[in-house]
Write a protein that binds this ligand. Sequence first.
Ligand code: HEM
Length: 292
Amino acid sequence: MSTSQPGILLPIPQHARHLTFLLEPGASPRRTLSELSRLADGERTVVGIGESLALALGRNIEGLRAFPAHSGGGLDIPSTPSGLWIWVRGQDRGEIFHRSRLIAGALTPAFRLELALDAFQHNRGRDLTGYEDGTENPRGAKARKAALVQPPSRLAGSSFVAVQQWEHQFDRFDAMSPRQRDDAIGRRRSSNEEIAGAPPSAHVKRTAQENFEPAAFVVRRSMPWADGMRAGLVFVSFGSSLDKFEAQLRRMVGGDDGITDALFKFTRPVTGAYFWCPAMRRGRLDLAPLGL
Ligand code: HEM
């Protein structure tokens, strides 16, 4: 029986590291991916496959595609595809660092490390702006349904993930009044209470999952990142399909009604990529849909 990679549905860890890899030109990834399926337990090490890697293996994973870049209305949403995404999760940064080295070593020479980005939990699940993140995530059976491909699909138990590194402009955020900040999110920072009369540009009004047709429930597992004096959020959204994330993002950039999300007043994405996270079978990644 197929199950999901457990790290997808577990709460966010204390620390994490996002690794992305590119397939070296002409390299054959088959043996390396089999080795990775042995190393990755799906819980402390969650793996996502990019479209380019699936195509290099001659396979089309239905629903997996390239992240759509967007330009317009003064907003640039970059698309920065990668072959492989590995979400290294844990409690100890040192242990995560050493596990990353082990993984990167096992993937060499077929793959080249492109980015290593450390993320962490802040104040029990808050964004660095101080707002609680993840409140409206579905739980239990609803989370499984939102995040995982359902039977009878041959991909049942797998998931599609959108990963974006957002960089906050804290001077802009600091210049906003507490009221403007709460209105930008649509929730009160002090109590996390939803503001019924928030403007339509409020982030939670833009993304209200039940307000899409069909409803767009996803499981978000975002965590803050900081590197020197740059910082922001690594946004991670798992879904049974990428359509749900895409519908939310479209509304954020004003694609439906011309109203852009007030989040853009103080933060911008600097990366954006989609991956397919295989299911697990007998404790290992099930790479059968890739012909492995
Ligand atoms: C820097 C970027 C972002 C920040 C700081 C941020 C922060 C937040 C916060 C504070 C909430 C309210 C609490 C909660 O329900 O989690 C929220 C809700 C939500 N966000 Fe974001 N978010 C960001 C980007 C995005 C993006 C890119 C998407 C999808 C395209 C998204 C989708 C959602 C959804 C679906 C909800 C729940 C809405 C609901 O059903 O009430 N967020 N976000």
